[in-house]
Design a protein around this ligand. Structure first.
Ligand code: PGA
Length: 252
């Protein structure tokens, strides 16, 4: 079984000072035998501060996005070599990027390949909208996002996949653990296995969408769920640390 993972996606929250404080609180609350990979994904501007704050601890750092090119005339963008020394992970294809900022399966695929080429662990985010779920297409949509996102990728040993149904993000309406398991043990796992064989079983699969300290254990209890990608609840150190604790415990 893959090492469990709990990642906090801070989105467009925290000033530099707040990010530093939150990272320090998470660092102080994370023991050396935490039993789970803990990843903080602050805004770009705070990557350096968070990287310094967690240096020497078990806590890892991720960016929330990046461009796939290494440099060039892309005003406002951040490239893999720029973040490479400040983080070890990068969220790619988050639904907010797909819905609000034009990320497509094709651009997400370019970013996944760029992340791997720069020794970053990509956290590929997939998930269906409410409309897609209601029209019975959830499995198909997610399977496609996994397939397209990984097109041309040969080695998935550094990959993490997060299933985040769009209708469950930031709504307080988490999927049921059974619904999440259906997709993660179905579309996600089946597609990874069809493409990569046995290597698929070592890819950590995270559920995301209104994860909180009260529901995290029930997600982690599912066989195809190895952890969580946490938005809102990752902005409070005590809540985030409690999620880390219950996920590690459920996965022992
Ligand atoms: P949420 O966000 O936990 O606030 O629903 C999850 C995410 O978007 O990664």
């Amino acid at each position: 079984m893959p090492t469990p993972v709990v990642a906090g996606n801070w989105k467009m929250n925290t000033t530099l000072d707040e990010a530093q404080r939150l990272a320090s609180e998470v660092r102080d609350g994370t023991g050396s035998d935490v039993g789970c990979d803990v990843i903080l994904c602050p805004p770009f501007i705070s990557l350096q501060a968070v990287w310094n704050a967690v240096a020497g601890s078990q806590v890892k750092v991720g960016a929330q996005n990046m461009h796939h090119e290494s440099s060039g005339a892309f005003t406002g963008e951040i490239s893999p070599p720029m973040i490479q020394s400040l983080c070890d992970h990068v969220l790619l294809g988050h639904s907010e990027r797909r819905q609000l900022f034009g990320d497509t399966d094709q651009t997400v695929n370019l970013k996944v390949k760029a992340a791997l080429a720069h020794a970053l662990r990509p956290i590929l985010c997939v998930g269906e909208t409410l409309e897609q779920r209601e029209s019975g297409r959830a499995q198909e949509v997610v399977a496609n996002q996994v397939r397209e996102g990984l097109s041309g990728v040969e080695d998935i040993t550094r990959l993490i996949v997060a299933y985040e149904p769009v209708w469950a993000i930031g709504t307080g309406q988490a999927a049921t653990p059974e619904t999440a398991e259906e997709i993660m043990g179905g579309a996600v796992k089946d597609t990874l296995s069809a493409l990569f064989g046995d290597a698929a079983s070592e890819v950590p699969l995270l559920y995301g969408g209104s994860v909180n300290p009260g529901n995290a254990a029930s997600f982690a209890a599912q066989p195809s769920i190895h952890g969580g990608l946490v938005g809102g609840a990752s902005l409070q150190a005590d809540q985030f640390l409690e999620i880390v604790r219950v996920v590690a415990e459920a996965k022992v």
